[in-house]
Design a protein around this ligand. Structure first.
Ligand code: SF4
Ligand code: SF4
Length: 332
């Protein structure tokens, strides 16, 4: 592996591992927090606000309530902040969230690598079927966006925000994962197996979050540009693209499937032929500057949210203890 490729692989995987480690830490801390709440033991472990990253529907309702009433979600503020950070990153740097930050994307990439190791390659779903099932993520997205932004009034959104179920939805989500039903295990197992055979199966076909980010990423000023004059048509860019984009055939990649992974840039044998750049005289982004930009935007959102008091929930431990048994009754 050339040192240029080495540096690229190390940097992107380094960022992916950093976020996966943070998510793991948040998950373990949250489990300890819930054990405390349920066993009524002394509170030693604080609730990690970052767990709200896993409540995208609550964040979408929070966004609706914020737009409609001007009041920022006090129940899951970190969820809304993370959601805003994700859409900002996508509107600036394509779907780079998917290939650099999202732990599910990282897991998906790892599963595809296992498949490549086992079978020597990943398999391809025929084009006609690929087009058809790629629409699934947009259909799921449409139902969420339509239901929340057009089916709910501002008052409905606020009522949902303060509903007991939403208040403890983080704990309900954990319980759901801890006590998966046979059906849940079968569905997850099937997605895992399909991800081993087909690269990015979940992200490409099923993830509505990825669908939303893909649509937003069309607005991104940064796109993959190919210099048609210096290109020698070797096809390495297309071959290396995990999202089946025919990079060698276009001068600019508009596809909502582009995750800004920069594989194509680093596989191209001709220097300066493919770049992630913006047309407005902005400097192009190398792997290093993209990594720094992503981390910078992410950190900025969290720091501003913490300083302005939009990070920690208003929920107290006592409120958790009061509401949880009630919601558990509904849930079973
Ligand atoms: S390989 Fe290039 S075109 Fe394909 S997803 Fe990555 S950055 Fe986009
Ligand atoms: S890898 Fe580079 S040289 Fe080869 S087809 Fe793609 S842009 Fe052209």
């Amino acid at each position: 592996m050339s040192s240029k490729l080495n540096k690229y692989v190390l940097l992107r995987h380094g960022v992916q591992i950093l976020f996966a480690t943070i998510v793991l830490y948040i998950g373990l801390t949250f489990i300890l927090f819930v054990v405390q709440v349920e066993n009524e033991t002394l509170t030693k472990v604080s609730r990690p606000a970052g767990v709200e990253a896993f409540l995208p529907i609550s964040a979408l309702v929070g966004l609706k309530a914020w737009i409609a009433t001007g009041s920022f979600d006090p129940i899951h503020p970190a969820g809304l902040v993370i959601f805003l950070a994700v859409i900002t990153v996508s509107a600036l740097f394509k779907r780079a969230f998917c290939s650099w930050i999202c732990p599910i994307g990282t897991l998906s990439e790892g599963l595809a690598k296992i498949g490549k190791g086992l079978f020597g390659r990943n398999f391809l779903i025929p084009n006609w079927l690929d087009y058809l099932i790629r629409s699934i993520k947009y259909i799921i997205l449409f139902f969420f966006v339509w239901g929340i932004f057009f089916g709910m009034s501002g008052a409905d959104a606020v009522a949902f925000m303060y509903s007991p179920y939403n208040m403890v939805s983080d704990i309900k989500m954990l319980k759901f994962m801890q006590h998966l039903t046979g059906f849940g295990i079968t569905v997850i197992g099937m997605i895992v197996i399909l991800s081993v055979f087909y690269e990015n199966f979940w992200c490409r076909y099923l993830c509505p979050y990825g669908g939303l980010l893909g649509l937003l990423s069309i607005l991104s000023p940064y796109k993959i540009f190919r210099n048609q004059k210096s290109c020698i048509q070797c096809g390495k860019c297309t071959k290396s693209c995990p999202n089946r984009i025919l990079v060698e055939q276009v001068s600019r990649v508009w596809s909502p499937e582009c995750t800004g992974c920069l594989n194509c840039v680093h596989q191209c044998p001709v220097a300066e032929t493919i770049k992630l750049k913006a047309p407005m005289g902005l400097p192009h982004l190398s792997v290093k500057t993209l990594a720094l930009s992503l981390l910078g935007v992410w950190a900025m959102f969290i720091i501003v949210a913490k300083i302005t008091g939009h990070w920690e929930t208003n929920m107290t431990i006592d409120l958790y203890k009061q509401i949880l048994p009630v919601v558990n009754q509904i849930g079973h």
